[in-house]
Design a protein around this ligand. Structure first.
Ligand SMILES: *[C@@H]1O[C@H](CO)[C@@H](O)[C@H](O)[C@H]1NC(C)=O
Ligand SMILES: *[C@@H]1O[C@H](CO)[C@@H](O)[C@H](O)[C@H]1NC(C)=O
Ligand SMILES: *[C@@H]1O[C@H](CO)[C@@H](O)[C@H](O)[C@H]1NC(C)=O
Ligand SMILES: *[C@@H]1O[C@H](CO)[C@@H](O)[C@H](O)[C@H]1NC(C)=O
Length: 433
């Protein structure tokens, strides 16, 4: 026992980080993958999403060098990286693809970011400018480097992601591939885990990809209603990412996630279901680090406040009445997920004004605009980032959605005749897909 411990003590990095198959551990800190195939930016992102990752969001000079070296040894000239900028000459509107916010480190070549050339960012790999970042047209095809979260090695785990082991119901021996929520819950606990909880878009993408070639159209999530319109996770993790389908009308105290076999671009959205119905499910178990390693690196236990967040529902709009204006009218950059409304909504006599919104999501995604309530006199106009019209809905309409071709959508609304003709405005939920 002491001997074993000493061995670990002598080689504290012996275990190191673990990466999914296909990705390489770099600097014992990151899991990266060089992809030589030249793809348009969105396709490159979709490729990285299969691993629950994004294009590499470079955050310091050491990583910048590592990525440049990796690309250079693969013979690349330029590669897509995981940064997206919304404004020229100002890095405060450049975001990391992985959802970690705006960039602090940057290595832009002078005159960049220059979003007139495109919001996407590539790294020049050869010559004088090697390692420098340049704004580029997202429609250009380039090789790319993906990054996916590091994980913890566990030889017994087939689907290992971000420190957790994922197990599909049909892979659990002597288990029916579909069952009720309560039984699924018990099966997962018997297997040392909990029913699936989800905490980011990359994690949703990872799970979607796992089911890509199965016949299942949806799985149970490990969430249950505990108050009207409020769900929480069975594993007591925070409700920190909400991907409920804003247009879903189903009822019930449990949640389902739709899967790609459903042939829907927006597969992955969550909707309610009756807990006593039977569905396939997925278990998620935290992989414990080997004891010897843990005794070397004491784990910082986070104090988790279990925030219970309100489930979106088009019929229940809490707090709206108390606030003067929830519209985000005239915002030049509003980042999804979130909500915009017509000015003064839900006032039944909307004030007369003209509003524009530029709504966006991170570089890896397309933006979905889900109108959950819609009642306007003059058309609401929706445009893509190049000014092509995506739609001009008007009148009273039941909930519908407009899916953007990229991560930026521009919306305009003139409420001049809304109050006069008895229209009450609109509310739209914004989600990446
Ligand atoms: C960059 O943008 C931020 C926020 O939009 C603004 O406060 C800042 O002054 C801008 N900086 C430059 C150099 O334009
Ligand atoms: C569940 O398993 C049974 C038997 O293995 C199979 O016939 C059935 O099609 C499966 N159900 C689904 C939804 O795949
Ligand atoms: C769920 O389904 C069961 C059986 O089909 C039914 O008895 C029950 O009323 C349903 N519950 C809800 C909340 O709809
Ligand atoms: C939004 O901007 C337009 C054009 O600049 C302006 O006419 C309008 O009054 C603004 N609306 C609000 C609610 O501030």
């Amino acid at each position: 026992m002491i001997l074993v411990f000493l061995l670990f003590a002598l080689f504290p990095h012996a275990t190191g980080i673990a990466c999914q198959r296909g990705l390489t551990a770099v600097n014992d800190q990151k899991c990266l993958m060089m992809n030589k195939m030249e793809l348009k930016h969105l396709w490159a992102e979709n490729s990285c999403a299969q691993y629950g990752g994004t294009l590499v969001p470079i955050k310091n000079a050491v990583d910048n060098r590592a990525v440049a070296n990796m690309a250079a040894s693969a013979g690349a000239t330029n590669i897509w990286i995981g940064i997206f900028c919304f404004a020229t000459g100002n890095t405060t509107t450049c975001y990391h693809d992985d959802g970690s916010g705006t960039i602090s480190y940057n290595n832009f070549a002078s005159g960049n970011p220059a979003v007139q050339n495109g919001g996407c960012v590539y790294m020049s790999v050869t010559g004088q400018s090697a390692g420098q970042w340049v704004s580029g047209n997202c429609e250009v095809s380039l090789p790319f480097v993906c990054e996916s979260p590091t994980t913890v090695a566990d030889p017994s785990c087939k689907l290992n992601y971000n420190g957790y082991c994922y197990l599909r119901s049909h892979e659990i021996p002597s288990t029916s591939n579909i069952t009720t929520f309560t039984k699924a819950q018990a099966i997962c606990q018997a297997n040392g885990g909990f029913l699936l909880s989800l905490h980011s878009k990359p994690e949703i993408d990872y799970v979607r990809n796992i089911y890509k070639n199965t016949r299942y159209s949806s799985i149970f999530l490990g969430a249950q209603k505990f108050l009207p319109n409020t769900f929480d996770w069975d594993d007591e993790s925070n409700w920190d990412y909400d991907y409920t389908d804003p247009l879903s009308k189903t009822k019930g105290d449990c949640l389902l996630m739709t899967l790609p076999s459903f042939k829907d671009q927006t597969a992955g959205l969550w909707s309610r279901t009756n807990c006593s119905f039977k569905y396939p499910f997925m278990c998620k178990r935290k992989i414990l680090e080997p004891t010897a390693v843990r005794s070397l690196k004491p784990v910082q236990l986070k104090e988790t406040s279990i925030e219970k967040t309100v489930y979106h529902s088009q019929k229940n709009l809490p707090h709206r009445q108390e606030l003067v204006d929830f519209s985000n009218c005239n915002t030049t950059l509003y980042m999804a997920p979130g909500t915009i409304t017509s000015y003064g909504y839900p006032n039944i006599k909307p004030p007369v004004t003209y509003c524009t919104w530029t709504v966006a999501t991170l570089g890896p995604y397309q933006l979905g605009v889900y109108f959950t309530d819609f009642s306007v006199s003059k058309s609401v106009y929706l445009y893509d980032e190049h000014g092509n019209q995506l739609g001009n809905p008007s009148g009273n309409q039941s909930p519908f959605r407009v899916l953007g071709p990229s991560n930026i959508v521009k919306i305009t609304h003139d409420s001049s005749y809304d109050a006069v003709y008895g229209y009450h405005g609109f509310s739209a939920t914004l989600l990446p897909f």
